[in-house]
Design a binder for this molecule. Structure first.
Ligand code: HEC
Length: 122
C-alpha cells in the first residue's frame, strides 16, 4: 500500500513537472527576441528576398519592372524608401510581397536595420 502511494505521488510529480516544462518552453518561445544587429546583405537580407520576392523580382521575372536581384538593382528601392514602404505596407506604396502575407516582424526589422546601417554590400 505504502509503495503504491509513493509510486502515485512520483507519477503525479512527473506530470506536474512536465507541465511546467512545456509552460516555460512556450514562454521562452513567445519572448524570443529578434536578432537584427549587424545585418549582412548576403547572410541575412538576401535569403528573405530570395524566399519572398524573387519569384516576381528576379532579373528574369522583373514584375512591375522592378528587379531586386543584384546590389546595384536593389539600391534605388532602398534609397527612395519604396523597399521599406512596400514591406511595411505604408501608405503610398504597393504592399509587398504582393498577394502573400506580410513579412514577419523580425524579417522587416532585419531589413530596416540593414538599411539604417548604410545598406552595405556586405
Ligand atoms: C507575386 C508577385 C510579387 C511578389 C512575390 C513581390 N512583388 Fe513586389 N511588385 C510586384 C508587382 C506586380 C509590382 C508593381 C506594382 C504593383 O502592381 O503593385 C511590384 C512592385 C514592387 C515595388 C515598388 C512599389 C512601389 O510602390 O513603388 C517594390 C519596392 C517591391 N515590389 C518590393 C517587393 C519586395 C521587397 C517583395 C518581397 C518581400 C516583393 N516585392 C514581392 C509583384 C510582386
Amino acid at each position: 500500500m505504502q509503495g503504491l502511494k509513493t509510486t502515485n505521488i512520483l507519477f503525479l510529480m512527473l506530470i506536474l513537472l512536465s507541465g511546467c516544462y512545456y509552460d516555460s518552453e512556450e514562454e521562452l518561445y513567445g519572448t524570443t527576441e529578434c536578432d537584427a544587429v549587424d545585418m549582412s546583405l548576403a547572410n541575412d537580407i538576401l535569403p528573405i528576398l530570395e524566399n519572398d520576392c524573387y519569384t516576381c523580382h528576379s532579373v528574369t521575372a522583373n514584375f512591375g519592372n522592378v528587379t531586386l536581384e543584384g546590389y546595384e538593382k536593389l539600391l534605388p528601392y532602398v534609397n527612395d524608401g519604396s523597399l521599406l514602404g512596400a514591406i511595411m505596407h505604408s501608405g503610398g506604396y504597393s504592399p509587398m510581397p504582393k498577394g502573400k502575407a506580410k513579412l514577419l516582424d523580425c524579417e522587416i526589422e532585419k531589413i530596416e536595420s540593414w538599411i539604417n546601417s548604410g545598406a552595405l554590400n556586405n
